[in-house]
Design a protein around this ligand. Structure first.
Ligand code: SAM
Length: 270
């Protein structure tokens, strides 16, 4: 039975345990530059975020020089949340998007993620304490959400879609749980068009990030995966097509920092 995302209750069922069993087809998929069985990817991604969870927020600040904060602020700005509005944040990790949604006027937020360790780190965040009454936490796979249809004003996903095995299924689920008139926004890394900048960015991603990952989080491989998964992620045009395929209308795309990241926005009309 589906549950309300906003009952502010604990969700203890760890649906991540069921992922391998659900993906029974033998098709292959990217895991960074590796090609793996579709049934393997969720477990590999889980390994990445189990490994880095404790240092995830610190690494975000260090590796982006704090710029991820500006990108997230840009998404919230575009949303312009109101006190009567509800958000379900997919792949919400440690809760950054919900924290910003609520501190910028949003009403209630449900932070969902497949990874229990990431949510646990979020629950320990001091800056979320004063908003605790407006937040619920839920372990959930974005591909098969445990919620009723048409319950949220906003659905968001930030730097999560890249990691998901069946991305089209996640977009369809976002569409399903939105109320008519609701809006879905995806903040994700994209592809730099400017050649010299792209070369610099490539060098930073593949030479510097894994070293930082090793020194700060004790894990070079997870940050190598990050760099690779950015390169293999669809272009902004392809992602916009995927939005349309899921049913979204009025699709708009904003490029950030010369295309390093992009925000895609789409509306559910009815
Ligand atoms: N949204 C947060 C942020 O912007 O800081 C966290 C982003 S983090 C890079 C990616 C998150 O996606 C991880 O917490 C990971 O556990 C989650 N994730 C990966 N696959 C998922 C899936 N199938 N369903 C839900 N969450 C998933």
């Amino acid at each position: 039975m589906k549950e309300s995302a906003f009952d502010l209750a604990e969700h203890n069922a760890d649906s991540s345990q069921n992922i391998a069993a659900q993906d029974v087809d033998q098709d292959s998929i990217d895991f960074g530059y590796r090609t793996v069985q579709r049934s393997e990817k969720a477990g590999l991604v889980r390994g990445v975020f189990n490994s880095v969870a404790g240092r995830y927020d610190l690494m975000n600040d260090l590796m982006s020089g704090g710029v991820h904060r500006l990108w997230k602020a840009a998404m919230i700005d575009w949303m312009a949340p109101q006190p009567h509005q509800t958000l379900i944040d997919l792949a919400g990790g440690t809760g950054d998007i919900s924290m910003r949604f609520l501190s910028n006027g949003g009403g209630i937020a449900c932070i969902t993620d497949i990874n229990h360790a990431m949510l646990q780190v979020g629950r320990g965040r001091r800056d979320l304490e004063r908003m605790a009454g407006q937040i619920s936490w839920c372990v959930a796979n974005a591909e098969t959400l445990p919620f009723d249809s048409q319950i949220a004003d906003f659905v968001t996903i930030a730097f999560g879609l890249r990691n998901i095995t069946d991305r089209q299924a996640a977009l369809s689920e976002a569409y399903r749980i939105l109320k008519p008139g609701g809006r879905f926004l995806c903040l994700e890394f994209s592809h730099v068009q400017n050649r010299p900048l792209a070369r610099l960015y490539h060098g930073w991603s593949f030479k510097v990030l894994p070293v930082m990952g090793q020194v700060i989080a004790g894990d070079a491989d997870s940050y190598r995966y990050l760099a690779e998964s950015i390169r293999t992620f669809p272009t902004k045009e392809v992602l916009a097509d995927m939005f349309a395929q899921a049913g979204f209308a009025h699709i708009r795309v904003r490029s950030l920092s010369a295309g390093i990241a992009c925000i895609h926005s789409g509306w559910k009309l009815d």
